[in-house]
Design a protein around this ligand. Structure first.
Ligand code: TEU
Ligand code: CA
Length: 545
């Protein structure tokens, strides 16, 4: 029998399908493309793949606007391709995790098409409507993608709520029929053989619209408990709740080990620090490093034995970590390995976002070459508000979601070997140096470093179970911590700067075994070279604890 909590020792790889690999030359990555690259993922050693949405969708928000939950969008393939992917992945010991967007659908979903015909139409109450007068929104709620969260429908004489684009109307979770339809749909995917689900903006489903409480509404956790009872409990499915609003306290509800809600929470507190307080992500600020460490440490401590966290520095909504938290120039390789060491040494389930294992970087494009709805709306709004073009572009270069969405760099050839056609978004020109073919051929590449880290998670139980303790909390350069379980103790030490840094604690570990490090030799004399990282291991009695 496989363990129910297999995901506590697992590493999950996220694929953004439209940018992964194009099998038919139309410029868009697809399911057959993923099938072709399964051996690459198996070689890397990951246990599961989280697929960003591939359901039928008008693609207003690249698939996060679903018009049919039980079909695959033709740009990605067919249901048969999906079955093949699940089957071929399983053969290689890889589970497929589907992305469930349950807070909203596309406005082109048949439910909404009916709902907007009039107040008395079936399905009207599948969405969130409020009376009002044209031009006077029910309240001041804003859409994440800019403008009001309300859209007027003359046929109904009402507004509907959309927390994202107007093409993403919010579902009304207060309606038990909506919840039952959703549970049946999830079960349908379970029966097809998927290994789990990532639940998009799940903290929003309990919204209290009139009170303008969107995240963590009163009914959120009761709904999650109901969903778990109906479809998840007593299974080996992994369930990951994306929750920007989660706190360490609420995380204990989402990820209680009793399985009453989800397997783990996917929260962002460490990912929103490099922005001006109280402002938007576009309002840039340097990373407050000490706070960054304190935040990650707080989550490590709060969830120990009481919950479960996701470990990530990248996904499809955030910039490339090597550009954001380190150096994507001279030190790119060691820096990417250092960030990986720092993350994979902690407790939780590590996620690798496609291309992170190659040290892919942010990109600078002309405004006309960007595709992301959030970024383009922001550009328009800020231009109208009088920001300078230069300032807006700097924000986009630093934080735009398309940084993570340029095609996966497979080779140094045309279009990075991603497509034989014209890619839907430009390829990063640095693909000539940074690509999978180069990384696979070189023993000391970032890819092979990730491979080692993934293996360590399988062989070192302390990585899954060990208690976390932050060292040198106030140090401005070094992120160092220990992980302790029984008689085993690990020291993880990472230099986040381009200068040599003192790390005196290393001296007491000179006799300890080095499990992994990112320079030719392990660190010496209590010092870390630029972006140097190491994991050391010793037995407790040797530590003198
Ligand atoms: O993201 C949730 C979300 O709130 C993001 O839109 C976030 O605010 C933004 O990316 C920060 O820049 C999820 C998906 O991951 C995202 O891709 C979708 O656009 C969004 O939900 C709507 O489904
Ligand atoms: Ca294609």
């Amino acid at each position: 029998m496989e363990s129910k909590a297999w995901w506590k020792k697992a590493v999950i790889y996220q694929i953004y399908p439209r940018s992964f690999y194009d099998s038919n030359g139309d410029g868009i990555g697809d399911l057959q493309g993923i099938v072709k690259k399964l051996d690459y993922l198996k070689e890397l050693g990951v246990d599961a793949v989280w697929l960003s949405p591939v359901y039928r969708s008008p693609q207003d928000d690249n698939g996060y606007d679903i018009s049919d939950y039980r079909d695959i969008d033709p740009i990605f393939g067919t249901l048969q391709d999906m079955d093949e992917l699940i089957f071929e992945a399983k053969k290689r010991g890889i589970r497929i995790i589907m992305d469930l967007v349950l807070n909203h659908t596309s406005d082109e979903h048949p439910w909404f098409q009916e709902a907007k015909k009039g107040r008395n139409h079936p399905y009207h109450d599948y969405y969130v409507w409020r009376d009002g007068k044209e031009g006077v929104c029910p309240n001041s709620l804003k859409s994440t993608f800019g403008g009001s969260a309300w859209e007027w429908v003359p046929e109904c004489g009402q507004y509907y709520l959309h927390q994202f684009s107007a093409k993403q109307p919010d579902l009304n979770w207060e309606n038990p029929k909506v919840r039952q339809e959703i549970y049946r749909m999830i079960q349908w995917w379970v029966n097809r053989g998927v290994g789990g689900f990532r639940l998009d903006v799940i903290d929003l489903i309990g919204k209290e619209t009139d009170a303008m409480v969107m995240a963590e509404g009163k009914m959120l956790h009761p709904y999650l408990k109901e969903m778990s009872r109906e479809v998840f409990r007593d299974s080996t499915l992994v369930t990951v709740g994306e929750a920007w609003s989660a706190t360490p306290e609420t995380a204990l509800l989402y990820s209680n080990p009793d399985g009453s809600e989800l397997s783990m929470v996917f929260q962002f507190e460490h990912m929103v620090l490099d922005q001006q307080k109280g402002k938007e992500k576009w309002d840039l600020a340097p990373l407050p490093f000490v706070e960054f460490k304190r935040t990650l440490a707080k989550w490590q401590e709060a969830l120990y034995k009481k919950g479960w966290n996701s470990l990530f520095f990248e996904n499809h909504d955030v910039p490339r970590s090597v550009s954001r938290f380190g150096d994507d120039g001279e030190y790119r390789e060691v820096c990417a390995k250092m960030l990986a060491t720092c993350l994979h040494g902690m407790q939780g389930t590590p996620y690798i976002y496609q291309g992170q294992e190659l040290g892919m970087t942010n990109v600078r494009l002309d405004i006309s070459d960007y595709r992301d709805i959030e970024l383009l709306n922001m550009y328009r709004e800020r231009m109208a508000a009088g920001y300078s073009r230069e300032e807006i572009m700097e924000s986009i270069y630093a934080k735009g979601r398309d940084n993570a969405r340029t095609p996966m760099q497979w080779t140094g050839e045309k279009n990075a070997g991603f497509t034989t056609g014209t890619p839907w978004i430009k390829v990063n020109p640095n693909c000539r140096q940074i690509n999978a073919a180069e990384a696979l051929a070189r023993e000391d590449s970032i890819y092979h470093y990730y491979q080692k880290l993934i293996r360590l998670r399988k062989t070192e139980d302390v990585l899954a179970e060990g208690k976390f303790e932050l060292l040198m909390p106030e140090d401005e350069a070094v992120f160092a911590y220990t992980r302790t379980e029984g008689s085993t103790c690990l020291l993880v030490a990472c230099n986040f700067t381009a200068q040599e840094a003192a790390c005196p604690v290393l001296k007491a570990w000179e006799q300890a075994k080095a499990l992994i490090y990112n320079y030719d030799g392990r660190p010496e004399h209590g010092k870390l070279r630029p972006y140097e990282a190491v994991i050391l291991k010793k037995a407790e009695r040797e530590t003198g604890l």
